[in-house]
Structure formats: structure tokens, C-alpha cells
Design a protein around this ligand. Structure first.
Ligand code: BGC
Length: 392
């Protein structure tokens, strides 16, 4: 058998090729989970209402403190909207996301955030907190953390209200506490950014999408369809955070499952573990070690102790020499590695296309079909991983 054949058979056997994934079936399952999540039935999609009414203009002559808790970074800045509503970003600071390096208790977690934001607290009475984790938003727009994704280690914060805890920490430390604070998911922020960028044009339906350390989509839903929420004004609509990282109706392969079992959350965030920056490198490492055990590549690849998304980018873009360990591989091994990376990235692109399409299809079915769609996309994997955007 030639090396190419061996590699193809390996990819098929472990369900790593796109041909093993039936797009129509997965889209139908996605739409079904969305409906179940909105009506309060058991679903892998939390479909979280944001209580953010659809805005029609940006603020004017106003400064807002903005916080962004992402998978890797915690960013702090001031956004000054001038008289023409043009935003100017000032005092931008990047810090590590609390809980990325080691397990943090609740008090340490909020104290660290208070330390980060102390320098800007006097600048405004309004604070917007963009939070890239699943949180149920209440009518005061505070959020209760459902669970951590992206391998964040701060167990005591799960189930806690984020803004209430932050306010208490600030008060305990006699630091100024902004009178108006609100929390929103990063995917919802991305959706709103699309609205701002198109000057709130009524010609579009808006979708927010992220694929970086984690993945997710947000869209606008009619209140009447959010059946699990009692007492919403019948005629309105609001942004929904779908929390698609957790979508689980995908029939994955055995290596996906073996890799999942090495994470801190086996069985959860099934979609995210097949597509996002927090996991792609680790998943590929598991694939490579299995390929070595099955004789598809030589045992030399065992020297690769860990891989990340940047490694996949280097291999895929034809510069594997940037990767220390690839220097030890034979030309045949390198060919096989490139074929395997390409398959994994192609599969991630297909699942991402489905992730973006599902809210578009739902919105199109239930609304004015003549409107165009504005998908506001963000995230390092989507923009920086070689060829990914084109594949999607
Ligand atoms: C989180 C989402 C977030 C997404 C993108 C996922 O892991 O659960 O809340 O929007 O990552 O950052």
C-alpha cells in the first residue's frame, strides 16, 4: 500500500474526512437543538436571551469603561464616543485572563479583575463587560456563569453572578463602583459591532460569530419564539447567545473521543473541541500519536510533545521548518502530516460553516427573506489559521 493510501484509510477509519459528515443532517439537528433551547426543552444549545433590545444608534458624547474577558487575555479600555458617535479607544491594557495559569478561588478571581480595572474606574459611571463564557443574563443584565469553557480554572466562580461579585469586591476595597454596569457575551458584542459598522441598516439580518480560543454564534430572535421566558413584550425581539460550543449532535471519531477524555470536561463542548484554538493543536497531537502507533507515520513524530494552532498554521502554509520537531521528520512523514492537518482543518471549516448557517437558515425561514445577512466574524482561528476562511 502506498503512503498516500495508508493516510487516506487512516483518515476514513477515524472519521477525520468531511465525507463522513452529512451536512443536511447536522444542520437539521442544529435547528432542532435551537428550537428546543428556546422552548426550555433539554438541548445542547443553551440559547440564552440577552435582554438587549435591538439598538438603532450608537452613543454620543459619552465615555464607557469596557472590559473583555477572553479565552487568553483580559482587556481593559475606555471607549470615548465623540459628538458624531465615532468611538475612540483609549487606555487599552492587555492582561492574562484570570484562571488560565492556575486554579483561582472566587475572592482571588475578582480581586485580580479589580486590580486590572482600578486605573480606569474613575473615568465613567458606565461599564460594559464583554464576557466570552456561557452566562445566563438576568433582566438587570448581570450574568450568572453556567460553566467555564476554554479550560479556565476557577471552580468557585461557577454559579456566581459576575457583576454583583465585582461590585462587592470594589466596595470592600473602597474602589469606585460604576453605577451602570452590564454584561454581554462576546458573540453578542460581535453582532452589535456588525450593526454599528452598517450604521444600523434595516436592510440586514445580523449574525455574530466567533472562532478563536472558543466558538459561538448569536442572532436576533423574535420574543414570541423565546417560549421559555415568561412575560417578554410580545412584539419585540432580542439578541440570543446560542452557546454553540456545546453542540453535541455530531457523530465523531474514536480519536476525537479519546482526546476529549484528556480534557477537563469530557463529553462537553463537543463542537468546540473539533474546531477551536483551545483544542485543535491538542486534538492533532492525539491524531499524530495514533498515526505513529498504526504505522502511518514513523515513530520519530513521537518527539512532538505538544502542538498548538500556530503549529498547524506553519505545517499547512508550507513552512513546517518553523516547527522545531518537523525538522526531524522524513519527507514522507511531512507529506502525511500535511495531509492529516489539511483534513482536520477542512472538517473544522465544514462544521464552522454549519455553525454560521444554522442561525441564518432559521432567521431566513421566520422573517423577511429579501433582507441580506451581515455576519460579523471575529477570532484568531477564523482570520489567522492558513486557508481557513476560504475553506469556510
Ligand atoms: C464560550 C462562549 C463564547 C465563545 C467564543 C465559548 O467557549 O462558551 O460563551 O462566546 O467561546 O469566545
Amino acid at each position: 500500500m502506498t503512503g498516500d493510501n495508508r493516510c487516506d484509510q487512516f483518515l476514513s477509519k477515524h472519521r477525520l474526512c468531511t465525507s463522513y459528515y452529512n451536512v443536511k443532517e447536522i444542520v437539521a439537528a442544529f435547528l432542532d437543538e435551537m428550537e428546543k433551547g428556546l422552548t426550555g426543552q433539554k438541548s445542547s444549545l443553551a440559547m440564552i436571551p440577552t435582554f438587549i433590545p435591538v439598538p438603532d444608534k450608537a452613543p454620543k458624547s459619552e465615555t464607557i469603561i469596557v472590559l473583555d474577558a477572553g479565552g487568553t487575555n483580559f482587556r481593559t479600555a475606555l471607549v470615548r464616543f465623540d459628538n458624531d458617535s465615532v468611538p475612540h479607544i483609549e487606555s487599552f491594557v492587555n492582561n492574562p485572563m484570570p484562571g488560565t495559569a492556575k486554579e483561582l478561588g472566587k475572592e482571588d478571581f475578582f480581586n485580580l479583575i479589580a486590580d486590572y480595572i482600578k486605573p480606569v474606574l474613575n473615568e465613567s459611571g458606565r461599564l460594559g463587560f464583554c464576557f466570552s463564557y456561557p452566562a445566563v443574563i438576568d433582566r438587570h443584565r448581570d450574568g450568572t456563569l453556567l460553566y467555564w469553557t476554554k479550560e479556565i480554572k476557577a471552580r468557585e466562580v461557577v454559579g456566581e453572578k459576575i457583576l454583583a461579585n465585582l461590585a462587592e469586591t470594589l466596595r470592600k476595597r473602597s474602589l469606585p463602583c460604576p453605577a451602570h454596569m452590564l454584561m454581554l457575551n462576546d458573540t453578542v458584542a460581535s453582532l452589535l459591532a456588525g450593526m454599528t459598522a452598517t450604521a444600523f441598516s434595516p436592510d440586514y439580518h445580523y449574525i455574530g460569530f466567533i472562532l478563536g480560543t472558543g466558538t459561538n454564534t448569536a442572532y436576533i430572535e423574535k420574543n414570541s419564539a423565546i417560549k421559555k421566558e415568561m412575560g417578554l413584550p410580545g412584539s419585540g425581539s432580542m439578541a440570543i447567545n446560542c452557546e454553540t460550543a456545546n453542540f453535541n449532535r455530531i457523530d465523531r471519531g474514536d480519536i476525537d473521543i479519546a482526546f476529549d477524555n484528556t480534557t477537563s470536561s469530557p463529553g462537553e463542548y463537543v463542537l468546540e473541541k473539533m474546531v477551536s484554538g483551545a483544542y485543535l493543536g491538542g486534538l492533532f497531537h492525539k491524531i499524530l500519536m495514533t498515526a505513529a502507533a498504526e504505522g502511518v507515520v514513523s515513530g520519530k513524530v513521537r518527539h512532538m510533545q505538544s502542538l498548538n494552532t500556530q503549529s498547524l498554521d506553519a505545517i499547512l502554509s508550507g513552512s513546517p521548518d518553523k516547527e522545531q520537531y518537523c525538522k526531524m521528520c522524513s519527507a514522507d512523514d511531512l507529506d502525511a502530516i500535511q495531509t492529516m492537518v489539511s483534513a482536520v482543518v477542512e472538517r473544522a471549516a465544514l462544521l464552522t460553516a454549519i455553525n454560521i448557517s444554522a442561525p441564518i437558515i432559521r432567521t431566513g425561514k421566520n422573517n423577511n427573506a429579501k433582507k441580506k445577512f451581515c455576519v460579523s466574524a471575529d477570532g484568531s482561528v477564523y482570520y489567522k489559521l492558513f486557508s481557513f476562511r476560504d475553506r469556510v
